[in-house]
Structures are given as C-alpha cells and as structure tokens.
Design a protein around this ligand. Structure first.
Ligand code: NAI
Length: 357
C-alpha cells in the first residue's frame, strides 16, 4: 500500500472481513486534520482487491480536498464494499458494515455512494450513529435523505460560473450542454439547465432514463459513445470517472467541461492537457460538493434548507475565484484547487496540534 501511486500519506487504511455475513470492506481515512473523516461507502465489483484499495485511497483523498474546500469541519475518508460478481450486498452485510464503522469510533462517518441507497444506509444506521444520508424521518437528527439534488444544484451553479469565465456569457439561455449520465444527479441537473434556458443533448446506458429526460426537458438524445464529443458549449460528465484522457480530450469540441462525476481526470496530466487545449475544466471535487454539504450539515447539525443552499451557493464563488486565479497565473484550475485544499489541511493540522498541546 505504501508504494501505491494512490497513497498520499493516508492516516489509516483498515481491511475488514466478516465471516458470518460475507462482508469484505476497506475503509481509508486520508485525513482527520479538519474533523472526523466523512465520505460515502461504495459497493462495487472490482477486478481484484488491489483495484478496490486504489479506489478507496483515491476517493478518500478526494473527500479530504472536497470537504476542506467546501469549508466543512470534516476530514476525508471513504469506504468500499467488495461486491462479489453477480451478487447483491445483503442487509446483513450492510449491518456488519455498520459494526465496522462503529468500531472506528467516530474517526470515519459514512454515507451512500455508487451502489448504495438511502435504504441501505438505514441498515448501516442500525449498528452505528456515525452515519449520514439517511431517510428523512429516520431519527430526531432530521437526516436529509438523497443528497443528489444538492449535488445537481451545485453543479448547475458551477456550470454557470464556467460559462461566464470561458464564454463571457452571463446566463445559460441558449447555451448548449451535453450531459453524460442521467442518474440521480444528471436528471436533476437537466431540470436546472432547462429551466435556465440551456439546450440539452443527453446520453445514458438506460433507454428509459433518456426517454424520460427528453420528454420532460426537451433534450436531444445521442449515443453514449458520442456524448462527450458533441459540438456544444459545455460537456457535463455525470456518469463514471476517468472519462477525460488523452484520447477523449483530443476529440472534445466543447470549451468547458463541468460535471458532477468523481475522478473525471484519468490522471493529473489530463488536467494539464485540457488547460493546454483551452478547455476550462471545473475541478470535480469543487463543483460536486453539494451532496457532501447536505450530508455534512445533517451530521453536524444545522441542516436547514437555507443553510445548505447558502453553502452550496458558495461553490459558484469558489469556482469563480479559481477560474480568475487560473487566468491570472496561467495555472490549471485543478492544480490550484489541489494546492488550496492542501493548504487548508495543513493549517487545520497545525491548529489541532496546537489545541492538543
Ligand atoms: P447514478 O448511479 O444514479 O447515475 C449514473 C448514471 O450514469 C446511470 O443512469 C448510468 O446508467 C449512467 N451511465 C453509466 N455509464 C454511462 C456511460 N458510459 N454513458 C452514459 N451514461 C452512463 O449516480 P449519481 O448519483 O447520479 O452520480 C453520478 C456521478 O456523480 C458519479 O460519478 C458519482 O460518484 C458523482 N457524485 C454523485 C453525488 C451524489 O450526490 N449522488 C455526489 C458527488 C459526486
């Protein structure tokens, strides 16, 4: 693990095996400098356990950066459940995962991620209180349920900031946007964009989702293999990670890439490639922080609709600042965002050391 390219001075990585339920899980805690490490739990069928570890390492670092830049008093962590091919994760396994989280004693706080639903989190919450993203009536903390509408709202505001910075347009009326992935986030994003007057081109592997979005928000459907390469103003990846690499960047027609998917860049070099090609890229963990803001405020308390909306609105201001600094310093936005996050983490680490002393 220490030699892995994805290792970034993580505080701890724990491997769990529960023989009774068959749960196998990894919890990576990147940093608790700013508070308990919060980040979702992903259930996925990985090629092997090394791939699962790499995912946990990369995603937990992303959560540290995301929480720091969103101004939350939370560190970064992530859990992965290794799903066996063709098998669903059982309720008993989610409960065993709750035991795992409980055993970590509050250093890690979980929530849902890809492959895990709000209902699954309710199973986890039977065994631990270090959990967020629960059904809205779950308990007296008034936990807020599905975070994706907040993620979509933040992404919409981020697209607005990017369009202003790169295209010099003050609103989204008439701006063309290609949305890849019409799941929880993508379909809400389409609604925001349509209401703001944008023209939509969409794709999803699921024909029913495509049909629904096309009918509701007057979108045009294209094949999943073509969505990134449309002649549009903005491409919004809202499906999988690693969609931006040398091959795909070479074929982009849009001047802006701004979407909700985590880990959109296959590698850091691809961020530089976008920059060199004159494409403005909104760093994923900055633009997609709406969901963790909602879950974080749920967990910490103070999760009123107004408080969440105000924090999500800051995403637009943060991106404006990043884009402006990028223009002035000729450095890519993803490099500036990483530097900003590391600075916040190290200031937080110094502060907690001071308090401990
Ligand atoms: P989801 O699983 O509900 O939706 C993903 C959609 O992408 C599905 O409809 C799927 O059919 C589609 N898809 C998969 N491969 C595709 C392809 N090659 N071409 C077109 N469509 C494809 O996931 P959700 O919650 O909407 O999240 C989307 C992305 O945003 C993920 O990368 C997730 O990690 C990220 N994200 C989500 C947050 C949330 O609040 N849900 C928060 C922050 C990030």
């Amino acid at each position: 693990m220490f030699e892995s390219e994805a290792f970034d001075a993580h505080e701890s990585v724990t491997f769990f095996n529960d023989a009774a339920s068959g749960l196998r899980a990894i919890v990576a805690i990147h940093s608790t400098a700013l508070g308990p490490a919060m980040g979702g739990c992903r259930a996925w069928t990985y090629a092997d356990s090394q791939a699962a570890l790499t995912d946990a390492l990369r995603l937990s670092r992303g959560m540290s950066f995301k929480n720091a830049i969103a101004g939350l008093p939370l560190g970064g962590g992530k859990a992965v459940i290794l799903r066996r091919p063709g098998e669903a994760v059982t309720d008993a396994q989610f409960e065993a995962f709750g035991d795992v989280v409980q055993r970590l004693g509050g250093r890690y706080v979980t929530a849902e991620d890809v492959g895990v639903s709000v209902a699954n989190m309710a199973s986890v919450a039977r065994r631990t209180s270090y959990v967020s993203g629960l059904p809205p009536i779950h308990d007296s903390r008034n936990a807020g349920g599905d975070p994706s509408p907040h993620t979509a709202r933040g992404t919409f505001l981020g697209i607005r900031a990017a369009v202003r910075a790169r295209l010099g347009r003050s609103g989204l009326a008439g701006v063309t946007v290609a949305v890849q992935g019409l799941g929880h986030v993508g379909r809400h994003l389409c609604e925001y964009l349509h209401r703001a007057g944008a023209e939509l081109v969409v794709a999803d592997l699921d024909p029913a989702s495509v049909e629904h979005v096309c009918a509701q928000w007057r979108a045009t459907a294209v094949h999943v293999d073509d969505i990134l390469f449309q002649n549009v103003d903005v491409v919004a990846p809202c499906a999988l990670g690693a969609v931006l690499d040398e091959a795909s960047i070479g074929r982009l027609e849009a001047n802006v890439v701004a979407g909700a998917a985590n880990n959109q860049l296959r590698s850091d070099a691809d961020g530089q490639r976008l920059f060199d090609a004159g494409v403005l890229y909104a760093p994923d963990y900055v633009i997609n922080a709406g969901g963790i803001i909602a879950c974080g405020l749920d967990y910490l308390g103070g999760n009123t609709a107004g408080a969440i909306a105000a924090r999500v609105a800051n995403i637009e201001t943060t991106l404006e600042h990043l884009f402006e600094t990028s223009r002035a310093t000729r450095r890519p936005p993803h490099v500036l965002a990483d530097a900003m996050a590391r600075e916040l983490l190290s200031a937080g680490g110094t502060e907690s050391a001071r308090r401990a002393a």
